[in-house]
Design a protein around this ligand. Structure first.
Ligand SMILES: Cc1cc2nc3c(=O)[nH]c(=O)nc-3n(C[C@H](O)[C@H](O)[C@H](O)COP(=O)(O)O)c2cc1C
Length: 166
């Protein structure tokens, strides 16, 4: 069962890089009756404007982007197992299917929807967002990819609650 833990207890997961690399991760948010989740691989935890902060990146082609642009809160859900559902959330678009219903994962809401089966859940309140400025990206392969398909939006969320399945 998920229980609230102190922010510092995230340190039991070593560091942000290990946390993101060693779990399957899904984001979830909702706005105006639309709820959606997507698998992510990129992100980090740190401090911004004196607040504990999580950073995530959503590509402009994702159905989720429209919902994230307009929602106030989102959740970052770190899973151990559940590969099938994470694969589904990473392949299928919420434009075509109600992914959360089809995944059969149980969802609760604490400002943002989150998954009850996740090992760790971080609830974030959006502090800001910005798109990558292509003139300021210095990786050639990323520039050509972004030229073809568009950039990611960077979302910055204040960490307001952390829940853990013990
Ligand atoms: C392992 C994995 C990691 C992913 N990481 C990201 C990510 O960090 N940002 C992103 O925008 N899409 C990422 N994706 C792709 C989205 O999950 C995928 O395009 C999804 O279908 C989008 O769903 P939506 O259209 O319902 O938003 C990842 C997919 C997988 C399988």
């Amino acid at each position: 069962m998920l229980k609230e833990i102190k922010l510092e207890e995230i340190n039991n997961y070593k560091d942000s890089i290990s946390l993101f690399k060693s779990h399957g991760i899904a984001l979830a948010t909702s706005n105006e009756g639309k709820t959606n989740g997507l698998t992510i691989g990129w992100g980090g935890l740190g401090v911004l404007w004196r607040k504990p902060c999580a950073t995530i990146y959503i590509h402009k082609t994702r159905f989720s982007k429209g919902i994230f642009d307009n929602s106030e809160y989102f959740s970052i859900n770190f899973f151990e197992g559940h590969e099938e559902q994470l694969d589904y959330f990473g392949k299928v678009s919420g434009r075509d299917e109600d992914k959360i219903a089809n995944s059969k994962l149980e969802v609760e809401v604490d400002n943002a929807p989150y998954f009850k089966d996740a090992k760790l859940v971080i609830i974030c309140k959006k502090m800001g967002q910005t798109d990558f400025d292509l003139d300021r990206v210095y990786e050639d392969n990323i520039i050509s990819w972004y030229n073809e398909s568009g950039v990611h939006t960077i979302y910055l969320g204040e960490i307001v609650k952390v829940l853990e399945n013990k």
